[in-house]
Design a protein around this ligand. Sequence first.
Ligand SMILES: Cc1cc2nc3c(=O)[nH]c(=O)nc-3n(C[C@H](O)[C@H](O)[C@H](O)COP(=O)(O)O)c2cc1C
Length: 401
Amino acid sequence: MNPWFETVAEAQRRARKRLPKSVYGALIAGSERGQTIEDNQTAFSELGFAPHCAGPIGERSQATTVLGQQVSMPVLISPTGVQAVHPDGEVAVARAAAARGIAMGLSSFASKPIEEVIAANPSTLFQLYWCGSKDQILERMSRAKSAGAVGLILTLDWSFSHGRDWGSPVIPESLDFRTMLRFAPQTLARPRWLATYLRSGSIPDLTAPNMRLGEAPAPGFFGAYGEWMGTPAPDWDDVAWICANWDGPVLLKGVMRVDDALRAVDAGVAGISVSNHGGNNLDGTPAAIRALPVVADAVGDQIEVLLDGGIRRGSDVVKAVALGARAVLIGRAYLWGLAANGQAGVENVLDILRGGIDSALLGLRKTAITDLDRDDVIIPAGFERALGLSAGVPSPQLAER
Ligand SMILES: Cc1cc2nc3c(=O)[nH]c(=O)nc-3n(C[C@H](O)[C@H](O)[C@H](O)COP(=O)(O)O)c2cc1C
């Protein structure tokens, strides 16, 4: 079979065929009835384009800067805990991102240490959860800084909802001999995935090395998750505290409301990602792209506004940029590529996005990604969601500012 694939949808089909059922299910993720995960993609197909049929066009440029990083296109790798997808995990993703000139977000729950990832892509931002005591949070930030992280992604949108109508994957705490036997029927049914691990001489590593503290061994994924669940949720002063203690840009990921976006500006963030955690958090939250325009209008002149959730093609990137995003982050799209063909599969996905962005720019007769504006996109009536802003009237919270 030709390892090259032409769409992200095809990468997903290959991932489904290649991965053991529980690993594939962990990437599908989502929550409850799946309303938000579905809307993240449906919303993009509700948006149209208003192309020109002629006009001057020469070279088209996708280059831009995001949080101080020069990038070849407005796409970043969103942080994900990818554990058992591929033996090279985040290092393969980082190499692909570096090869294509884009920045990488590395999850706290990643399977590879930050030092190895930054060696593969110096343009790496470390993603932090509010987890443990302030001293422990500072220790993890300090390790990221020493490793060379160029920014921090603070992810706060999480509500520990685990039920899924389509069933949740069974993920073991660790892989010992007995567990491997239990999972054998699934893994033996996926010989190519198994062969990739056998060739690498490793088994899936279910630890979270970036959550290690002091000289203690790296905790298991569930140990780290338990620590996070047991930590009282942060408030806006805590966000300001993070910004004050990080020498560099902080991106707050998971903002859906205008009032939160304004408070994030007050707290000192350099950017926000309008995001619902890829539909994995509070089901019923609208698609991120529906919330983007009003948030970008409110704070886009003060901080960088990014978006993540539902990006599967280059034209999705162009729609998001036209509606006010400086760049987007991608999650599942690169995970499907990684599962389908390792580093080359992630590069394949990035090339698909680049090609799609270029076609859209050509159709819209724009020479640079930074020239896009709302007139390029057809927005149906009722598409947008103004969260935290009731019919244009500032909410009581906003009035307090
Ligand atoms: C399997 C999986 C694991 C994720 N893990 C994290 C994580 O550790 N930290 C984080 O900030 N976001 C995490 N996310 C959310 C992504 O960063 C991103 O917000 C989301 O995937 C974007 O939606 P998309 O997958 O439709 O592109 C995860 C998403 C998935 C699918």
